[in-house]
Design a protein around this ligand. Sequence first.
Ligand code: ZN
Length: 358
Amino acid sequence: MVQACRACDSMQLSSLLDCGELPLSHHLSTSKEEALALARMRLGICEQCETIQWSEGWTSNYFQSDRNLYREPERHLDTIAAQLQTLPLPKAFRIGLASEKDRSLANRLTGGSISNEPPYDLLLARHIAEHSDLLSQSITEWRSQISPNGFIYLEVPDASQAIKTGDVTVLWEQHRLYFSSLTLRRALAMSGLFSTEIFLPREESRNEGILAVIAHSHSDPQLLTGGEEKRLALAFPFRVAQQKKFWENYLEGKKVAALGAGHDLITFLNIHHLGRYLEFVADDDPEKLGRFLPGSQLPILPVTAVRRSRVDFCLLAVNAESEERALTRLTDFREQGGEVVSIYSLSSLAPPTVHQLS
Ligand SMILES: [Zn+2]
């Protein structure tokens, strides 16, 4: 089956990585024996725009409709708001929200009022583009909602570091597209938008890696060529295999638990087949407690179990904003000699050798 690129519509999608047969990662089982539906998940890369994307597997009709369930990082929003306020906007400008996720940024933008009716002077679209099944259509729609002098603020996860290091925690069936700064801006240019990137201080975008871009149609888009995207993408399967081997050696013979029963951990365990090294996963979310991780079928226990169960090793699977809080909750465990490492290659708590793999 020949498939079109989700970012640029070209018919030049090549196969990149077979991730195996995976269950939906939001489906936590109610019993250990529950038989889950599986889909073969394959990543592809577009030869035209070089955007990495799912070419086969679960489709959006299987996803939960409420994306707000997943909390997006917000610690950088003050910096973004300050940058957006320097744009040449009318005095009483109209802000449009592509989703409810954008309300907290809109509230920081003093001087503007949130409007339900286009045209907008500034349309906020945080963490939407990566969910798009047809990005060119989404961009055309957003473009039609702004005034001729208007701007679109887009934010997506920056997948480039994860691709470089072979970090599979970046993969999720609900994120259809995986961007670098170049591929996102190239996709915008192919839909007629000029874009500039807002560079965030490193401590504000740690393991999430955030790409922040302002787009408009006041000037002609640049033709964006070059970049290392293709070369890094083609090396990704090899890096993933290296990571798998690393984690197998690292966890072998240890008594291991993990903290944070989110889709990142589920993908990490399922793609690398690491579930067999773990005893359980800790998470105090009442919606998750007592359930089982799809695929590995590991039980979800309260966080206090990490200390009580005498595991000697805890994998941390929480985003950078929650890392400190998680470490505080594991103080007793660490004082008793328990080790904590992050599953994210960009985290300062990742095992040092994970960084050296690339
Ligand atoms: Zn493409």
